[in-house]
Each structure stands twice: as structure tokens, then as C-alpha cells.
Design a protein around this ligand. Structure first.
Ligand SMILES: Nc1ncnc2c1ncn2[C@@H]1O[C@H](COP(=O)(O)OP(=O)(O)OP(=O)(O)O)[C@@H](O)[C@H]1O
Ligand SMILES: [Mg+2]
Length: 495
């Protein structure tokens, strides 16, 4: 790298001089390098200069720098003067020719190319003979893009890949980072890790940008800016976001729409409901798009101030390409394994579109269920379909009740539901809303929880079994003393 700055040291250009932490990455010989870096560490400067160094030193190189979006690639590497300053002097000196329409740099002395790309355009990711691929902002790249590029690497036996970015929850960037983490610097969060000798990972916080000497005005301003961000985050209760962005730490909840959800606290082993349980459900209709159906039991938990409800989602039917009568049979069959029948279900909040006639006058989906089995008629109800209040309500149900267990839990058999919860992220265009490739189980869950009153029992204290029984005994004694005891035939409770 240093040869670049040496070569041009006579000219008064502000060319790249890698700082001590950037040097560690440039010096590595690993085929796959992963740099987990905080905001403003110098990630983009590092990768652009790695690309320039290679392109100036080796003949006929093809180097791609890929960002999540083409628009971003343009903004960062083509417009931002803090980054363009690293190659513009070469352009002005006639050593590099730029192609504005395809955002590429042609290094004339070596016939090497550096091209800028966006992962939002898969077609642009097809190519052959690529020598170096650089992924910037890896955590935001569309996951399919990594697969699209694999064939292009297969016929480039000497290829090198550099993954650089700031963490976003525990997504694929976390997986890449773990592969090369030979010194166990990055928490695994119980993921199964296969370390690979061809991979090397570094971890740098924003403070590790050593571009300015200790004690200099620039360094002080830089550090005090980040310190201030931290203070604000503590005040606002967004420390995990600060830790992710500036400390480059992989935070379990950050970036997730349902950030309080955790497998440890919200997922329980499977169970069969007790006879007489209060059972509710939700249904989201789809034929080519997935169909989602989940059932929950609602339990009353005794609490000093007010008892509250706990919802345990325990049953899931999910899939595509089945007609209502087929789903009806699938559901009835599966209910048997839980010793349940359709009449044990109190209600199902269903996709309101299921109650509309088809445009060609075809009978509505709800009626198709009813003609498959008339017992659907009593239980299927059109759900309230207001997305944002519904999501907020769902988050409330995920919060912890006084006994330390969330108000809403699911069994580990509800795999589609769990996966949709974990993968839901914020909608970029409407941050109050949720974006996820799949939200069918989430929709049905939103319907069912929306129809059930959430009772906030935060202030209460949970009664022990003895206290609860004593309280109940006292109640019956009071009623009896008042001569108001009514007797109920115990057979009425039998099924
Ligand atoms: N070695 C260096 N010498 C001098 N300045 C540097 C060096 N490396 C980076 N910088 C400067 O630090 C700032 C941040 O660099 P850069 O944009 O590369 O960081 P980044 O980690 O990609 O930031 P972001 O998280 O915003 O994408 C820029 O102004 C850049 O010019
Ligand atoms: Mg950057």
C-alpha cells in the first residue's frame, strides 16, 4: 500500500495513508477477509484503497465493489469527496479513466478495472473472472446476492473476497464474521460455528479510526462526537443501537422489529392443552402465497392486583397450494394429535378478505371452509386489519408479566411463526411498520392477539399457590356465610 503514497509524495495530494488498524487488514494474506467495523472507522476508505493498490500493481484485474444499493454505491464512492479524494488525483493525472455511466475506473497502465455495483440489481452481478470482490455494508446486502455471485467466483481460482460493514442483529454478517474469528472475539450466541483457516476476521470500533494522532484537534473532536452519541443513547434507552453502530457489536435485538423477542424467554416446549382450555386462533388465507393457521390457549394467571391472561401459541399449520377443503382436513387431522376437535375452539380471527366474494362471483373462502365442514361457520370471524396498532399490540404481548415470563409465548413446534418473528425488520419507507419477506404467520397472530384484551399486570405481585388457595377458600367462606352459596352440579364441568 505504501508505495502509492510514496509514489505521489512529491505532489501535494491528500492521498491515503492507512492508519495502524487499517494496515492490519491490508497486510493479511487470507483469501476471505471480514472487517466488522463501527461507523466512521474508515471502512470505505480502506476497501477503495485496497482496490486501487491491487489495480495499480497487477495486470488485467477485475475488481468489484458491491453495495446494498446502486444508488448508495454512487453516493459513497462517486460523490462523497471524503472518498473520491482518494482516486480523483489519478484521474486528473490521466492515470485512471472513469466511465460515468457504468461507474467504473479503468487503470490504464495495468488494464485493470474497478467497478461499482449494487446488490439490488442481480443481473449486474453476473460476470466472470473477477479477482477481488468487496462487499461494503455487508449486513444490508440482499442475502440472495451472495448466491448470485458464486458462479462468477468459481472460474476465478485466485479470487479474494473482502466483507466489510457494521453489524445488524445476528444476520449473515455475523455468520461470516464467526468463520474467521480464530481468537473468539465475537460472541456466537450459541450458533454452531465452523471456523475456516481461509477466513480472517477483525473487529474495530469507531474509536479505532486512528487516522488522526492522539492529542490532535481532529482526534479530540472525533472522540467527543462519539462520546456524546453514547450519552444520548443512554438517556434515550437506545444503548444497544449505539453499541451496534459505534462499538460494532453484534446485538441480538438491534435491527429486529420485535427486538424484545428471544428464543430463550419466548419459546417453550410443546404441550397438549388441558381439557376445557380456552382456545383461540388466527388464520391468514393464501393459495400460492402461504396459508397460516395457529392456535393458542389462553390461561388466567393469578396476580395480587388483577389476574392477567397468558397466551400460549401451541399449534401451527402452514403451507401453500391447498384449497380450503384440503386445509380443513389437514387441520382436523392435526387437531387429533392434540386430542382436540373443531368445537373446542372458541374463535378464530380470520383474514377479512376471506369473507369477500370472488370477482367472478365465486363463493368466498370462508364459505368454502364451511361447506367442507359446517363447524367452521361458528368459529371463523373477520379480523380487525389495522397493521400498525396490531404490531404495537403484539409487542405489548411480548413484554414480561410479573412472574418474569412473557404474556405471550409459543412452542418450538411453531417454526414458521418463530422464523417470521426473528426475520421481521423495520420498513425503510415507514419505520413504524414491519418489513419481512414473509408475514403470514405474523398476520394471523396479529389478528388473534388484537381480539384479546391485554391486561397490564405490571404493578401486581404474583400469588403463591398457597396464597391463591387461601384467597379462594376465604371467598367461598364469605359467600357461604352470607348465605349466597349456589351449588353447581359438578357433572356440568365434565366433557
Ligand atoms: N487512513 C486514513 N487517513 C485519513 N483519513 C481517513 C483514513 N481512513 C478514513 N479516513 C477518513 O475517515 C472518515 C470516515 O471514513 P470512511 O467513510 O471510510 O468510514 P466508514 O467506516 O466507511 O464510515 P461509514 O460507517 O459512515 O460508512 C472519512 O472522512 C475518511 O476520509
Ligand atoms: Mg462506509
Amino acid at each position: 500500500m505504501n508505495h502509492l503514497s510514496n509514489q505521489t509524495s512529491k505532489i501535494e495530494f491528500n492521498l491515503y495513508q492507512p492508519h495502524a488498524n487499517q494496515i492490519k487488514v491490508h497486510a493479511s494474506k487470507a483469501r476471505y477477509r471480514v472487517i466488522v467495523g463501527g461507523r466512521r472507522f474508515g471502512k470505505s476508505a480502506l476497501v477503495l484503497n485496497e482496490a486501487l493498490a491491487r489495480a495499480f500493481q497487477l495486470r488485467d484485474q477485475i475488481i468489484w465493489i458491491i453495495l446494498p444499493m446502486f444508488r448508495q454505491a454512487k453516493e459513497i464512492y462517486w460523490i462523497d469527496p471524503d472518498i473520491t479524494k482518494y482516486f480523483m488525483p489519478y484521474v486528473q493525472a490521466g492515470l485512471i479513466r472513469v466511465d460515468k455511466s457504468e461507474l467504473s475506473l479503468h487503470i490504464l497502465s495495468t488494464n485493470s478495472y474497478i467497478r461499482l455495483k449494487g446488490s439490488d440489481n442481480y443481473d449486474s452481478l453476473r460476470g466472470a473472472g473477477i479477482d477481488l470482490i468487496i462487499w461494503d455494508e455487508v449486513a444490508d446486502v440482499k442475502k440472495e446476492a451472495f448466491d448470485t455471485i458464486k458462479p462468477a467466483l468459481a472460474d476465478s481460482p485466485n479470487h479474494r473476497v473482502l466483507y466489510i460493514g457494521t453489524p445488524k442483529g445476528l444476520n449473515w454478517f455475523h455468520d461470516f464474521a464467526l468463520k474467521g474469528d480464530h481468537n473468539n472475539l465475537i460472541p456466537t450466541y450459541e450458533k454452531q460455528v465452523k471456523r475456516d483457516p481461509e477466513w480472517e476476521t477483525w473487529h474495530f470500533t469507531s474509536y479505532d479510526n486512528l487516522a488522526w494522532p492522539e492529542g490532535s484537534y481532529e482526534r479530540e473532536m472525533f472522540v467527543s462526537y462519539i462520546d456524546k452519541e453514547r450519552e444520548e443513547a443512554v438517556e434515550k434507552g437506545t444503548l444497544s443501537f449505539f453499541n451496534q453502530e459505534y462499538m460494532a457489536s453484534f446485538e441480538e435485538g438491534a435491527g429486529m422489529y420485535f427486538s424484545t423477542w428471544s428464543h430463550k424467554t419466548h419459546v417453550i416446549p410443546p404441550f397438549i392443552p388441558l381439557p376445557g382450555s380456552f382456545i383461540i386462533g388466527g388464520m391468514d388465507w393464501g393459495y400460492t402465497a402461504p396459508f397460516a393457521f395457529n392456535l393458542s390457549v389462553v390461561e388466567k394467571v393469578f396476580n395480587e392486583n388483577k389476574p392477567f391472561y397468558r397466551v400460549k401459541t401451541f399449534f401451527e399449520v402452514y403451507g401453500t397450494n391447498k384449497k380450503p377443503e384440503e386445509w380443513s382436513d389437514t387441520i382436523k387431522e392435526k387437531l387429533k394429535t392434540y386430542k382436540l376437535k373443531l368445537e373446542d375452539i372458541s374463535w378464530i380471527q380470520a383474514d377479512p378478505a376471506m369473507f369477500n366474494k370472488g370477482t367472478d362471483g365465486a363463493i368466498c373462502i370462508k364459505d368454502q371452509f364451511v361447506s367442507a365442514d359446517p363447524r367452521w361457520s361458528r368459529i371463523l370471524k373477520p379480523a380487525v386489519n389495522d397493521r400498525i396498532p396490531g404490531w404495537i399490540n403484539m409487542r405489548t404481548w411480548m413484554s414480561k408479566a410479573p412472574d418474569g415470563i412473557p404474556y405471550w409465548v409459543i412452542t418450538d413446534t411453531c417454526t414458521a411463526l418463530a422464523s417470521e418473528i426473528i426475520n421481521a425488520t423495520f420498513d425503510e419507507n415507514n419505520p413504524e411498520d414491519l418489513a419481512g419477506d414473509f408475514d403470514h404467520c405474523l398476520d394471523q397472530q396479529r389478528y388473534q392477539l388484537r381480539a384479546l384484551k391485554h391486561i397490564d399486570a405490571k404493578t401486581g405481585k404474583l400469588l403463591s399457590k398457597d396464597e391463591r388457595e387461601a384467597k379462594q377458600d376465604q371467598f367461598f367462606k364469605d359467600v357461604k356465610d352470607a348465605g349466597k352459596m349456589i351449588t353447581i352440579d359438578p357433572d356440568r364441568f365434565k366433557r
